[in-house]
Design a protein around this ligand. Structure first.
Ligand SMILES: Nc1ncnc2c1ncn2[C@@H]1O[C@H](COP(=O)(O)OP(=O)(O)OP(=O)(O)O)[C@@H](O)[C@H]1O
Length: 591
């Protein structure tokens, strides 16, 4: 039941795709930023070029006429360059953050629609890290990275041109040194790529470890495991640090190593230029200009070396991003799927088999039953028998591995997902509430519902009175996952949500297991009202709650092993009777 994983993309495919998806919609700004970067490179080259006449005319030939013109020209070039740099930076920031926003929204959109099996296969911390961290890395590579790279590359080329026009032989000596610098950059780039990948994996592990410790904070406290959790997180932090240090080292060594090559070449330049000057073949201006060009080129080369890391990290992030975006959910609508008509809402399982994951033993085998409109059917049986799995197949959280699930004769795989899920209300063991107001939580399925409708649903769910006693009534915030409410209150909010949704099919998963007697009585009464007139499938561990069901299916090891009402099943003296007896015994012991 796993989704199909896409093949890994090559570097070229990644670049093309980042350009198509994120850069194309912003091409005007991006091209302007690139033009600004080219202007910066051009003006830098101009500044390099002017050094020779400036030095010769002012220092060697002492031309007073140039005293104003040359410094003024330099100042003009410098101001123009700064303007171009401002334009470039502003655009790069705007485009970059736009890209981050796009990536984050797209990634979350994909996650929230992904198969349950996939979402369950990874900790949510990993998704959080991906949404927050990877997006930033892609931004850096796709905007600042590309534009600065172009700029610095052009500056290097410009500086080399100036050097060649000055002295061909000397330039050839310098150009001969470039492959050495290139080799160093490639070497370090490999290391940074590796470190970037490692850091990403550990960033996701870190979010996971932190979220897990906080989610389970009560267990951590009661078991005095704070030190252990701290050490666990410290270990991940340490591993992440190792990768970050390796990456940073490679990055910071790449620049000085490139610089070393350039400085060694400078020594060669001095030797050669000194010899030429002694013979009267080189002016001071030419030499100073050459050295200035060399300095500019080497600074840009250093920047290029640094940018290798940005690209390496961006590529790793883009690879992860697209791998996540390209996963096609298994549970999806067939082409031409039609809405499920609102009809009798008879649910039918036909020889359904189901296996979690690609292999492993089947969780369900030959499950066949029918629930007609308005009936209440209970699923009972030992823990792990497959009751929740049966329930999960009805809203298509998963699809059966074999057999069919039908509503009013329509195979669920042939109907549209929203139309199917509109007809189903689900109240689970641990109802989930969002960190929002009571009203928003009740109206989650119908955000347009009026306050009167929300109140009516809350009354039916025996929740209205306690809601009015809260500080802000229906506008009271419930806290993270409803933490400010009791278990019974959360249940009743979930029941109110189901009332408001008013769906013809009701799925109840052990809705009253965690409540005290008084809460349970209130919740039971509310559920009874909710079930009236709806097609209901109810899972319960406590058999006392299923006595009123029209039929009871006893599920054991993925199969229906007994069927009947309470009395007939008791007479059968099978598994149900045994479970009932053991629960009576427990009740007596508890009393
Ligand atoms: N996401 C999953 N991935 C793999 N196996 C799973 C998954 N969910 C459940 N199972 C396995 O499927 C089997 C049936 O689980 P299910 O939750 O349907 O049982 P249940 O009858 O509802 O149990 P309980 O009464 O304890 O809630 C169990 O063996 C369980 O380990």
């Amino acid at each position: 039941m796993s989704e199909r994983d896409p093949p890994e993309l090559s570097a070229r495919d990644l670049i093309v795709r980042v350009a198509r998806v994120y850069m194309k919609p912003r091409w005007k700004g991006w091209v302007t930023a690139l033009l600004a970067a080219i202007a910066v490179a051009y003006l830098t080259t101009k500044l390099v070029q002017i050094i020779e006449p400036a030095t010769n005319d002012l220092m060697v030939f002492h031309k007073p006429g140039q005293l104003i013109i040359l410094p003024l020209t330099i100042a003009l070039y410098a101001v123009a360059r700064t303007v171009a740099q401002f334009i470039q930076a502003t655009l790069v920031n705007r485009i970059g953050n736009g890209v981050v926003g796009d990536v984050q929204v797209q990634l979350f959109g994909k996650l929230v629609r992904a198969d349950l099996s996939r979402l369950r296969s990874q900790h949510s911390g990993a998704y959080v890290s991906s949404v927050l961290y990877d997006a930033g890395l892609i931004r850096e590579a796709a905007t600042a990275g590309v534009i600065n790279y172009t700029q610095n590359l052009l500056i290097v080329l410009g500086a080399i041109t100036v050097m060649i026009s000055n002295d061909l032989v000397l330039s050839l000596v310098m150009v001969a040194g470039l492959p050495a610098a290139g080799w160093i950059m490639r070497r370090f780039s490999k290391r940074t790529t590796k470190a970037a990948r490692g850091a990403m994996v550990e960033t996701s592990a870190l979010s996971t470890a932190i979220m897990e410790s906080l989610d389970g904070v009560r267990v951590v406290k009661i078991e005095n495991r704070e030190d252990y959790e701290e050490a666990r997180v410290a270990e991940v932090v340490h591993r992440r640090q190792e990768h970050l240090i390796k990456g940073a080292n490679a990055r910071s060594r790449a620049a000085p190593a490139t610089e070393l090559v350039m400085t060694l070449l400078t020594a060669v330049v001095f030797a050669y230029a000194g010899w030429r000057s002694l013979n009267g073949h080189m002016t001071v201006g030419a030499f100073v200009a050459f050295m200035f060009a060399l300095g500019t080129a080497s600074q840009s080369l250093r920047q290029l070396a640094n940018l290798q890391t940005v690209f390496a990290e961006g590529m790793s992030a883009a690879r992860r991003l697209f791998a996540a975006l390209d996963v096609e959910p298994e549970v999806r609508e067939r082409p031409g799927a039609a809405p499920l008509p609102v009809g009798q809402t008879t649910i039918r399982f036909e020889d359904v088999g189901f296996t979690y994951g690609a292999e492993g033993p089947p969780t369900l085998s030959d499950v066949a039953f029918e629930v007609r409109r308005g009936e209440t059917v209970a699923l009972v049986g030992p823990s792990g028998g497959g009751k929740t799995t049966i329930l999960n197949l009805i809203p298509r959280f998963y699809d059966p591995s074999c057999g069919r699930v039908l509503i009013d004769g329509h195979d669920l795989r042939d109907v549209t997902l929203p139309s199917l899920r509109r007809q189903i209300a689900l109240v689970t063991q641990e109802p989930f509430l969002f960190d929002d107001t009571i009203r928003a939580n009740i109206a989650y399925a119908r955000p347009d519902a009026s306050l009167a409708e929300v109140e009516q649903a809350a009354r039916a769910a025996a929740a209205h009175d306690f809601i009015l006693n809260l500080p802000n009534g229906y506008d009271t915030g419930v806290g993270e996952a409803g933490a400010r409410l009791s278990g019974g209150q959360r249940q009743r909010i979930a029941i109110a949500r189901a009332f408001l949704k008013d769906a013809p099919i009701l799925l109840l998963d052990e809705a009253t297991s965690a409540l005290d007697t008084e809460s349970e009585a209130q919740v039971q009464a509310a559920l009874k009202r909710l079930m009236a007139g709806r097609t209901t499938i109810l899972i319960a561990h406590r058999l006392s709650t299923v006595r009123g069901a029209d039929r009871i299916y006893v599920i054991d090891q993925g199969r229906i092993v007994e069927t009947g009402d309470h009395d007939s099943l008791m007479r059968e003296r099978g598994l149900y009777a045994r479970l009932a007896r053991s629960q009576d015994l427990e009740a007596e012991t508890a009393a």
